[in-house]
Design a protein around this ligand. Structure first.
Ligand SMILES: [Cu+2]
Length: 136
């Protein structure tokens, strides 16, 4: 039964991908892998996911635009700014073939770091914000 075997593999793969706290959420099949020892945050549908990510000092975070619009990861305090991250060709999770633009930043200090999208500011998109909690 070839078809049911593929279904079983798909379910197992989905279960594995949901196991880690920092694994990519569903709908991000086109995301590139996270940096070694790092984590991915998906930018899509006017949200960052996970919206709150707790990491250790020295961890690299990679933001990936997987939605149809251009977005950014912009620190509220100016610590980092990805500038514009182009969307995937063909719409990313909506059927595109290639991943959208990415941006990496390594957190070398403990603390709580909030950020937003420079094109869709919290004044207009209050839930489109993210927080990185960096612990020793
Ligand atoms: Cu945006």
């Amino acid at each position: 039964m070839r078809v049911s075997k593929f279904v079983t593999i798909g379910i197992v793969a989905a279960a594995i991908s949901c196991g880690g706290s920092n694994s990519s959420p569903t709908g991000t099949v086109n995301d590139p892998p996270p940096p070694t020892g790092g984590v991915n945050i998906t930018v899509q549908n006017f949200s960052f996911s996970p919206a709150v990510d707790t990491i250790k000092v020295g961890t690299t975070v990679q933001w990936v635009n997987n939605g149809p619009s251009e977005h950014s990861s912009t620190s509220d305090t100016g610590l980092w700014n990805s500038q514009g991250l182009t969307p995937p060709s063909g719409g990313g999770a909506y059927g595109g073939a290639t991943a959208g633009a990415t941006f990496q930043f390594t957190f070398n200090q403990a603390g709580t770091f909030t950020y937003h999208c420079m094109f869709h500011p919290p004044s207009a998109y209050p839930s489109f914000v993210g927080t990185i909690v960096v612990t020793n």
